[in-house]
Design a protein around this ligand. Structure first.
Ligand code: CP
Length: 311
């Protein structure tokens, strides 16, 4: 049975900790897997995840073949499953896949015999982002020995309903014992999120002083309209009436960051809409661990790929 990493929902604490401890010892994995190869199948844009997986594989001693949507036969109408089978027939050890559709990684995993790692599927999950977020919070609060996050409060702020990053983070954080507060306007942070074991509020200012980590989310403008009215029923919906209003209520401004408690950190999965959900001074300021998240991404991806190869 090949190792798959399709999401963090339903993954036991012991397995999360195994991956995180392996990430912590990622130097021990260096050059352990010469001659092995992964397909990096990215059918949606990416800077961080695609680069990070490629470099993680290289550090393991493995190789990657890179396929992007605009240059693959998916662009000619080939199905994702047929594409994945072509990769498998070329004897790759695993397929790393990013796709626009929720469930795409699970569909591929059901169709091929090699490992599949979900690098983000629509609004569903982004498990390696979730793992790097867990790692970064543990590192920031001295929990690398145990990866026990109990007693910590993590606020996730913004477009949670559309966010695969939030879905993976919520699953991992609650499993490792953190308290999670979801913050946003009701259409972005609906009360139904409460079924995931989190608190939900639309009052960011109430949450700021209590949070040990504040994870700001990007408004995913590519999934929404540009604010203009359209009679076309197929037009993308508009998500906010005014960027200035959004920033006023839900932006992590310098003034808000000054009210965070000592030791609390600012996170963002990237890419950042500077000046909308996050002020540039905060993104580049002393509380920001955004680039540590990027660096930790390579560790957790080495751990995930090593699990695929060992499996
Ligand atoms: N965080 C993240 O998934 O970034 P990319 O879209 O650049 O990979």
């Amino acid at each position: 049975m090949p190792f798959h990493l399709l999401g963090l929902q339903g993954v036991a604490a012991a397995e999360l900790r195994r991956l995180l401890h392996s990430a912590r010892r990622s130097d021990d994995l260096t050059a352990r897997f010469p001659g092995r190869v992964f397909a990096n199948l990215f059918l949606e844009d990416s800077t961080r995840t695609r680069t990070s997986f490629a470099l993680a594989a290289r550090k393991l001693g493995a190789d990657t073949v890179d396929l992007v949507g605009s240059a693959s036969s998916v662009n000619k109408g080939e199905t994702i499953v047929d594409t994945a089978r072509v990769l498998e027939a070329n004897a790759v050890d695993g397929i790393i896949i990013r796709a626009r559709h929720a469930g795409a990684a699970a569909m591929v995993a059901g169709a091929v015999g090699c490992s599949v790692i979900n690098a983000g599927d629509g609004r569903h999950e982004h498990p390696t982002q979730g793992l790097l977020d867990l790692y970064t919070i543990a590192e920031s609060h001295g929990r690398l020995d145990t990866f026990d996050l109990s007693g910590l409060t993590v606020a996730i702020v913004g477009d949670i309903a559309a966010s695969r990053v939030a879905r993976s983070a919520i699953a991992g954080l609650t499993t490792l014992g953190a308290e999670v507060v979801c913050v946003g306007p009701p259409h972005m942070a609906p009360a139904s999120l409460g079924t995931l074991g989190v608190r939900v509020t639309d009052e960011l200012d109430d949450v700021i002083p209590a949070a040990d980590a504040i994870m700001m989310l990007r408004i995913q403008f590519e999934r929404y309209g540009d604010g203009t009215k359209s009679a076309d029923p197929a037009a993308k919906p508009n998500v906010i009436s005014s960027i200035r209003e959004y920033r006023t209520f839900y932006g992590l401004t310098s003034e808000r960051a000054d009210r965070m408690k000592p030791g609390a950190v600012v996170m963002h999965p990237g890419p950042i809409n500077r000046g909308i959900e996050l002020d540039a001074e905060v993104a580049d300021g002393p509380r920001s661990v955004i680039l540590k998240q990027v660096a930790n991404g390579q560790r957790v991806r080495m751990a995930a790929l090593a699990s695929a190869l060992a499996g």
